[in-house]
Design a protein around this ligand. Structure first.
Ligand code: SAJ
Length: 436
């Protein structure tokens, strides 16, 4: 008998996940509260961008069982993949997870499994989701199975990673973990690791926190090096020759909807016990100010001085500007009186928060070319652009332009390896009070 799955939330994770389950032979009901999303999908149009999505969707429409609708219906398994937005105080808002759980209550039957894929603070399954089911009269873990199975896919590689990555399956109890694991065995080629819901919640958050803390360490190294006259990039290369060291790369800050957000979901649970995570967030959040300060050293009297900003997405070769530190850099440059011209070949002008320029327009008469994202286009920077500048100075905060690519005759290249050559001004320190 074909197994039936209801996926609640047809976003970046829920929609690709639905298609993968459909291709694995399940009957899939995709549920989304947005009428726009539901009608687009039923008309055969995809509403998000992801490599391979269009083709896979058309294949599923023709050869497999998937339909989109606004309400759930009876199924064997319910997968909740709704957003967990962040409140102004950085705490997680789990309202959508709760309302999605409530939405499936009328359809639940004995033996069903409810799986939460959304990123959630530790203990949310035990303290928030399970009580919704218990209140409705179910014995959780005996009549209804409940699990947290966090997704860990990288945008752009979602279809490969959904299948190939190892999958953590965190059960409310061992029976729940086993039931949920059975579902993922249908397509996951990586290892499926069974654990408790709480460990799964914490593991997912710690993966991104690990990166945040390590990036903060690299950013702190960059600041110290700029201040005392050390080549931070060389130091990273040297230290990483050690077999057990992997210093990360400094940059203009940390963006995206995961690494810059997930640590807060742990911090909110025990602020007094998380000084390292809190400091890391503060250090990474301080990087846009550091970049603006370095830009100010290149163009000391900034009033009206033109700065060409290349790249505003949160990382290279994507079109996503969510939480991008570049947005803050642009904003702060404007506040400091610079005349900023933004160029990003991956961002559509109509979706950009600023007026966008071509590369040529952006650099015309500029006194600094500030690179904030490592798009491939910038790694192979067209040097003829430099001749259009008032003074051909590049500040590459992603360290993506090879110094050998820019001969001295073409211009001056600064990156996090030689910031100390800029005249010394006290660098922005994160006040200790802010770290608490
Ligand atoms: N960055 C640095 N220095 C580095 C590495 C990254 O400054 O050495 C910056 C990037 O420029 C970017 C940010 O950090 O602004 C995050 O970029 P990323 O590519 O490292 O991560 P994401 O947010 O695109 O995806 C992460 C992934 N998590 C890990 O690598 C631990 C992915 O596997 C997760 O699925 C995703 O978060 C998520 O959903 O949580």
């Amino acid at each position: 008998m074909t197994k039936k799955i209801c996926v609640i939330g047809l976003g970046y994770i829920g929609f690709p996940t639905s298609l993968v389950f459909a291709r694995a032979g399940f009957e899939v009901i995709g549920v989304d509260v947005s009428e726009r999303v539901v009608s687009a999908l039923n008309a055969g149009e995809v509403h998000i961008e992801e490599n391979g999505l269009e083709e896979i969707f058309q294949d599923v429409r023709t050869n497999y069982a998937f339909k989109a609708q606004r309400h759930p219906e009876p199924a064997d398994t319910y997968i909740i993949a709704v957003p967990t937005p962040v409140n102004a105080d950085h705490t997680a808002n789990v309202d959508y997870v709760v309302s999605a759980t409530e939405a499936v209550l009328p359809y639940l039957r004995k033996g069903n499994t409810v799986i939460v894929e959304s990123t959630i603070p530790p203990r949310t399954i035990d303290d928030v989701v399970a009580p919704v089911l218990t209140k409705a009269g179910w014995r959780v873990g005996e009549e209804i199975y409940l699990a947290h199975c966090p997704e860990r896919v990288l945008p752009g590689r979602i279809f490969q990673e959904l299948v190939e990555n190892n999958r953590i399956v965190g059960g409310y109890n061992p029976q729940s973990a086993e039931k949920a694991a059975e579902v993922y065995r249908a397509f996951v080629k990586g290892e499926i690791i069974l654990t408790s819901a709480t460990s799964a919640e914490m593991a997912k958050l710690m993966e991104n926190t690990f990166r945040d803390v390590n990036i903060a360490l690299a950013n702190e190294l960059a600041k110290v090096s700029a201040s005392i006259g050390v080549d931070a990039l060389e130091v990273i290369g040297l230290a990483n020759k050690h077999p057990r060291v992997n210093l990360h790369t400094p940059g203009p800050g940390v963006g995206g909807h995961c690494i810059a957000v997930d640590p807060y979901f742990i911090i909110e649970k025990a602020p007094e016990l998380t000084p390292l995570m809190t400091a890391s967030r503060a250090i990474n959040n301080s990087m846009p100010a550091f970049v603006v300060e370095q830009t100010g050293k290149i163009t000391p009297s900034h009033a009206g001085k033109r700065v060409a900003v290349f790249g505003i997405t949160y990382k290279g070769n994507v079109d996503d500007i969510r939480e991008s530190p570049a947005l803050e850099v642009v904003h702060m440059l404007g506040e400091n009186g610079f005349d900023v011209r933004v160029h990003d070949p991956h961002v559509l002008a109509e979706l950009a928060p600023f007026p966008m320029f071509t590369a040529e327009e952006a650099v015309a008469d500029a006194e600094c070319l500030l690179i904030l994202t490592d798009h491939n286009e910038f790694k192979a920077l067209d040097l003829s652009l430099l001749s259009r500048m008032k003074s051909p100075v590049i500040l590459d905060t992603k360290n993506c332009v090879e110094s050998s690519h820019v001969p001295q005759s073409a211009g001056k290249l600064y990156n996090y390896g030689n910031l100390h050559e800029l005249s010394r001004v006290d660098t922005v320190a994160v006040p200790v009070s802010q770290l608490a």
